[in-house]
Design a protein around this ligand. Sequence first.
Ligand code: CA
Length: 219
Amino acid sequence: MTRILIAEDEARIANFVEKGLRSSGFTTTTVADGISAASLARDTDHDLLLLDLGLPGQDGLAALAEIRRRGERLPIIVLTARDSVQDRVTGLNGGANDYLTKPFSFEELLARIRVQLRDSGTTQETVLAAGEVTLDMLTRRAVVAGQQVELTAREYAVLEMFLRHPGQVLAREQLLSHVWGYDFDGGSNVVDVYVRYLRKKLGDHVIETVRGMGYRLEA
Ligand code: CA
């Protein structure tokens, strides 16, 4: 299990990230202040840290400095609303590996996390499969009944969510917040549109409609 430490004091964002990472197969620990972030961010306990900069107690930059001073090498991705070039430079000079400006989509966060874990040599499962569908998370290609299928980034993210929960009914809202992010304000019918795209590529029977509830991937 890949263990991710989340340091974020805004409950809405912390929940969004935590839920998304758990449903993507990670183990998470969440803290809401900089002092806990610095003290829990140890290579022996966590594989990656998501660090908000605006944290109470000790801000993210101070926590970052302390973690690197102690010699911890885990990858750190800074999450912040501050998008000025100066903050970005300060964060990266302070030992962050990457930088994500709020608001961000879960899909983008996940992609950045995977890059860091790959670079740091942390192994993670690379193939998901259910029924006749297989998804290679490195090439981002699906194989259905022996046929290779090219997917767009969104289609990939939706299919990955289904493959993480084979046979379970996923509500539109779950798919929406996982794939499109907590700040997406389009209607939830975008989910229906993407399910339609996936059915066209994978076959109609692969994703079943559960009336009044959502969708289910055949197990
Ligand atoms: Ca904050």
